[in-house]
Design a protein around this ligand. Structure first.
Ligand SMILES: Nc1nc2c(ncn2[C@@H]2O[C@H](COP(=O)(O)OP(=O)(O)OP(=O)(O)O)[C@@H](O)[C@H]2O)c(=O)[nH]1
Ligand SMILES: [Mg+2]
Length: 453
C-alpha cells in the first residue's frame, strides 16, 4: 500500500494560503482546491477563484449557490446570467440579461421570456434587440417576432371565442346565413337574434336596416353574402371604440376603477396587476373599497396571487384617506402603477359618485394629471342595464375607458355592441373568465369573429 504524504503545498493551502491554493489548482488538483476554497467564500479573491473553477468544471449548481449567497459580488453579469439559465433560475437569468442590454443578451432574454410563455414581453424584448441587431442577424429576430405575434393573435382569438361560446350557441347568429333566401323573413330573424344577443333593440333595428339597404343596393341573393355584410357593419361600430391601456410613459400612473357592486372591479384589478407585474412593473393596489371586510380580503388575495403590493385600511374607514396613503406611498417608493379599487355602494347616504369624485381629487392632488385612466367596469350579463349605469357614472366623472367583464358568463355577449354604439367610450379590456389570465385587450376584429364566426 502506498501512502501519500501531504505536501507542504497542501498543508499551506489548507490553512487558507491564497497562493498555495492557486498553485494546487494550477497543478491540476482542482477538486482539492475547490474543497478548500469552499471554506473561504467570505474572502472576495478566493470566492472569485472558486467561481471560476466551478465554471471551468461545469459545476453550475454550485456556482449558482454562490450567486444566491453573494449576488452581484460574484462573476460578471454575463457569467451570472449563463449560470442561472443553466440551472433553470430563469427569473434571475432574465434580470441579468436585461441589465446587460446588448444585442446578444436581449436576444437571450427574449428566448427566456418565450420559454416562460410571457409572449408580449418577449416580443417587446426582441424589438429592443432588433434595434441593436447587426445587419446579418436582423432577419432572425424579425422572424422570431412575427412568429410570436402570429401565435399571440391566435391565442387572443381563441380565448374570446371561448368567452363568447355561450352567446354564439344560444343565439346562433352565424347559422342564420346558410342556404337561405334573402327575404323579409331572414331580416326579421336577424333582428330578433341580435336582440337576443343583447345588442339592444335600437342597435339591432338600425343594423338590420343597414343590411337590408346594402342587400338591395348590391342585389345580394345569397344569404352567405349577408353574413359578411352584418359582420362588417358590427365591426364598424365596435372598431370605433377599440381602445388600449398604455403604460409606457415614465413616472407613476394611477388607474381608478369604478362600477356598481358585483361588476367585477376587484377581479379585474387582480388580473391586470398580474399582467403588469409580469411585465416587470412595480404595482400597488389600493383597497379603496372599505365597505366590507371581505372586499379588502379579496383584494389582498389578488395582490398575493399577482405579486403586487397593497395599501388597505380598516373596514368602514374613509376610502379617500386610504387612497391618499396608497398613492403617497407609491410616489415615495417609486412604484410604476397604482390600481385603485372602489366600492360599488356606500355605508353613508352620500351618493357614490360624490365619494368617487373625492377619491379622484385626492389622487390628482398628489400626482397632477393622474388618474390618467378612470375605468368603468360593466358586467356583460346585466346587458342593457349596464348602459344605464354607465350613463350615471359618465355624467359625473370623466370616464376614459370601459372594461366589460363576464363575456363568458352569459348569452349576452352582444352587449359590447350596444355599449360601443350608445356610450362612445373606448373599451379597453374584456374579461372572459374568472381566472387570473382571463383578461384581454379589446380587439374589435376578434370580437366580431368570435361573435358571429
Ligand atoms: N365568469 C366571469 N366571472 C367574473 C369575471 N369578472 C369577475 N367575475 C366574477 O364576478 C364576481 C364579482 O366580481 P368582483 O370583482 O368581486 O366585483 P366587484 O365589482 O369588485 O364587486 P364589489 O366589490 O361588490 O363592488 C366574482 O365572483 C368574480 O369571480 C369574468 O370576466 N368572467
Ligand atoms: Mg370589489
Amino acid at each position: 500500500m502506498i501512502f501519500f504524504r501531504k505536501s507542504d503545498l497542501e498543508k499551506k493551502a489548507e490553512k487558507g494560503d491564497k497562493s498555495a491554493i492557486l498553485e494546487l489548482a494550477r497543478k491540476g488538483k482542482v477538486k482539492k482546491a475547490i474543497k478548500l476554497l469552499e471554506r473561504f467564500t467570505d474572502d472576495p479573491d478566493l470566492r472569485k477563484v472558486l467561481f471560476d473553477l466551478y465554471l471551468k468544471e461545469g459545476m453550475f449548481r454550485d456556482a449558482h449557490r454562490l450567486i444566491e449567497n453573494f449576488g452581484k459580488e460574484v462573476g460578471t453579469a454575463r457569467e451570472r446570467a449563463i449560470v442561472c439559465e443553466k440551472v433553470g433560475d430563469l427569473e434571475r437569468a432574465l434580470e441579468e440579461y436585461m441589465r446587460i442590454g446588448d444585442f446578444e443578451s436581449l436576444t437571450k432574454a427574449g428566448e427566456i421570456l418565450e420559454k416562460m410563455k410571457r409572449t408580449e414581453e418577449a416580443v417587446r424584448t426582441y424589438r429592443r434587440a432588433l434595434n441593436l441587431a447587426p445587419p446579418l442577424k436582423r432577419r432572425d429576430i424579425e422572424e422570431k417576432i412575427s412568429k410570436l405575434e402570429g401565435s399571440q393573435r391566435e391565442g387572443l382569438l381563441d380565448r374570446i371565442r371561448r368567452g363568447l361560446k355561450k352567446t354564439r350557441e344560444a343565439v346562433r347568429i352565424g347559422d342564420l346565413f346558410s342556404g337561405r333566401a334573402v327575404d323579409e323573413e331572414l331580416f326579421e330573424e336577424l333582428e330578433e337574434t341580435l336582440v337576443r344577443a343583447d345588442v339592444g333593440v335600437e342597435t339591432a333595428m338600425s343594423l338590420v336596416e343597414e343590411v337590408r339597404r346594402e342587400a338591395k343596393r348590391r342585389n345580394i341573393s345569397r344569404s352567405e353574402e349577408l353574413k359578411a355584410v352584418i359582420k362588417d357593419r358590427i365591426l364598424s361600430i365596435v372598431s370605433a371604440c377599440e381602445g388600449e391601456l398604455r403604460f409606457e410613459d415614465k413616472g407613476l400612473r394611477v388607474v381608478l376603477f369604478l362600477g356598481v357592486n358585483g361588476s367585477g372591479k376587484t377581479t379585474t384589478i387582480g388580473k391586470l396587476a398580474y399582467r403588469l407585474v409580469g411585465e416587470g412593473k412595480r404595482v400597488m393596489v389600493v383597497a379603496g373599497d372599505t365597505f366590507r371586510a371581505a372586499a379588502i380580503e379579496q383584494l389582498e388575495i389578488w395582490a398575493k396571487r399577482s405579486g403586487a403590493d397593497i395599501t388597505k385600511g380598516e373596514e368602514g374607514s374613509d376610502p379617500a384617506s386610504v387612497v391618499y396613503r396608497g398613492v403617497e406611498k407609491a410616489v415615495k417608493e417609486g412604484y410604476d402603477i397604482v390600481l385603485v379599487d372602489t366600492a360599488g355602494r356606500l355605508h353613508t347616504k352620500e351618493p357614490l359618485v360624490n365619494e368617487l369624485k373625492k377619491i379622484r381629487k385626492v389622487i390628482s392632488k398628489i400626482v397632477p394629471g393622474e388618474p390618467s385612466e378612470v375605468l368603468l367596469v360593466l358586467d356583460a350579463t346585466v346587458g342593457q342595464n349596464s348602459i344605464q349605469q354607465a350613463r350615471v357614472f359618465k355624467e359625473a366623472l370623466d370616464i376614459t375607458g370601459i372594461v366589460i367583464t363576464k363575456l363568458d358568463g352569459s348569452a349576452k355577449g352582444g352587449a359590447v355592441v350596444a355599449v360601443c354604439r350608445e356610450l362612445g367610450i373606448p373599451v379597453k379590456l374584456v374579461g372572459v373568465g374568472e381566472g387570473i389570465d382571463d383578461l384581454q385587450p379589446f380587439r374589435a376584429k376578434d370580437y366580431v369573429e368570435a361573435l358571429i364566426g
